[in-house]
Write a protein that binds this ligand. Structure first.
Ligand code: SF4
Length: 237
């Protein structure tokens, strides 16, 4: 579904500085069940899931299960299911880990991490969103240099959805204040020095030093999996 640039620009003007709940209200009112929130169960994602559960109880939320998440993340998923009134969908890759190894070799995350992310995250995302109209995400401008220009609304032409980022202007402090005030569960790995948490093989504890995604693919030039900054183009599949 393509919205024209003028309409998206008007939406960004109208909702600039808005409370995220107001943006969520617009999205679910406009698109109903065709607006869906994705989460990786980071602190921002939990804030947005909580807000969505209030704006639209039972709203659909999905996560990409690469089969390589931390045990602590899988435990958190169960706590979120118990705590929040949302419908949580697990989205998995077409390739099992064994199939991936058979086709591409051992530990693809070490040899070709962009390909691994493409198979285990980006393609499942595209498939899940193929019949949706709006993709809501919890990414924020303060998370990294690659995200510093994130608008609230933008068209993702490859996925053919309107991408909605209600927390684009929120800060790390604001997120943690919200989690604490609302006594929401979070991944205990944060208390063990992990600022950002993705797949087990590609995530390490790290000092942030201004980069809230430090510790992801550390020691390499890679900073994104390709969900929000497309790395492998469709023709490279
Ligand atoms: S984060 Fe690492 S293990 Fe996970 S999909 Fe990407 S390369 Fe593979």
């Amino acid at each position: 579904m393509q919205l024209n640039d003028r309409l998206i620009s008007n939406l960004n003007d109208e909702y600039k500085g808005s409370d995220p709940a107001r943006i969520l209200e617009w999205a679910v009112k406009t698109f109903g069940e065709d607006a869906v929130l994705s989460t990786g169960f980071g602190a921002s994602g939990i804030v947005l899931m909580h807000q969505l559960s209030i704006v639209r109880p039972g709203a659909p939320v999905f996560y990409l299960d690469t089969d390589l998440l931390f045990d602590e993340t899988y435990e958190l998923i169960e706590r979120i299911r118990e705590r929040l009134d949302i419908r949580l969908f697990r989205v998995s890759p077409e390739h099992t880990l064994d199939q991936q190894t058979a086709e591409f070799g051992e530990n693809l995350w070490e040899t070709r991490p962009d390909q691994c992310c493409h198979i285990r995250k980006v393609l499942p995302l595209k498939k899940f969103l193929s019949d949706r109209k709006a993709w809501i995400t919890a990414i924020r401008r303060d998370q990294s240099a690659t995200r510093k220009n994130t608008p609230i609304f933008q068209q993702d032409h490859w996925l053919d959805v309107l991408k909605v980022c209600p927390l684009a202007g929120w800060t790390e402090d604001k997120i943690w204040d919200y989690l604490n005030v609302n006594r929401l569960p979070y991944n205990e790995l944060h208390d063990r020095g992990y600022p950002s948490i993705g797949c087990r093989p590609c995530t390490r504890p790290a000092a942030t030093n201004g980069d809230l995604r430090a510790g992801r693919w550390s020691g390499t030039a890679k900073t994104e999996c390709g969900l929000h900054n497309r790395i492998i183009q469709p023709t490279d599949q």
